[in-house]
Design a protein around this ligand. Structure first.
Ligand code: FAD
Length: 208
């Protein structure tokens, strides 16, 4: 793992690569109940990319070195999905947290690391609403999408899948793909975007 640290520092900068366990305790766990919570590995590297290009570089490196990658959202998951159970790279999306509301089109473009709380506030400021609410507003947009989160309001409004129009996704190979977009009529071919929604951490996405 040590040889990867230097390469990661070249990608995201030295300040955004954390190797000391005491500085990453909160990234080694999630909201899973203690009795079934998986044990985290003790030899992980935490990185905090600021762009999809950087995520792409990280994944290419991880592929080359055959190192597991653990995408990290708000850590509110209840099934241990974000817990790094083997030595690997934790990729926290927290720095990618921009939210832009497009009031005319009743849409928003949100970074994968933007919290649900931030999106709700931006919508409220624009006198709009965003119905899905699976409980914890510290959950991030990327985490909500890959878990296809629901919450009590889903009974009336539907789950996350019903609110996503487009995704920018970084594939495990490092390729960056745009799926869907700010469109209402988007009816050609397979819906690859819907393959990503509910993928439970097997892909990293940047923008939705
Ligand atoms: C109090 C509470 C109530 C809840 N109620 C409900 C409910 O009613 N209905 C419901 O559906 N859910 C519910 N949940 C679960 C909720 O859906 C998840 O906690 C949330 O979606 C996870 O988001 P997160 O950003 O915290 O992701 P994390 O916990 O950080 O990660 C969850 C999974 O997503 C992956 N991941 C995270 N971000 C990305 C990304 N950008 N790209 C790729 N993979 C990523 C991780 O690797 C992991 O596998 C509840 C959770 C809590 C704590």
């Amino acid at each position: 793992m040590d040889d990867i640290v230097e390469s990661l520092e070249k990608v995201v900068g030295r300040d955004l690569v954390i190797t000391k366990k005491e500085q990453m305790e909160s990234y080694l766990s999630d909201e899973t109940s203690t009795s079934v919570k998986p044990n985290p590995s003790s030899n992980c590297i935490l990185v905090k990319p600021t762009s999809s290009q950087q995520i792409s570089e990280i994944l290419k490196l991880a592929n080359e070195k055959k190192v597991p990658v653990y995408p990290r959202g708000g850590g509110t998951g209840l099934v241990g999905g974000a817990v790094p159970t083997r030595d690997g790279i934790i990729v926290s999306l927290e720095k990618i947290d921009k939210v832009e509301v497009d009031k005319d089109n009743l849409m928003a473009v949100a970074g994968a690391g933007a919290t649900l709380g931030k999106l709700l506030k931006a919508a409220e400021d624009a006198e709009l609403s965003f119905p899905p609410h699976p409980g914890d507003e510290g959950a991030q947009i990327g985490g909500l999408i890959v878990c296809n989160a629901g919450g009590a309001r889903a009974v009336k409004h539907g789950v996350m899948r019903n609110f996503v129009k487009g995704l920018e996704v970084v594939l495990p190979t490092g390729e960056i793909v745009d799926l869907g977009g700010k469109l209402l009529k988007d009816n050609m071919g397979y819906s690859l975007m819907n393959l990503i929604i509910g993928s439970e951490g097997t892909y990293i996405q940047y923008f939705e």
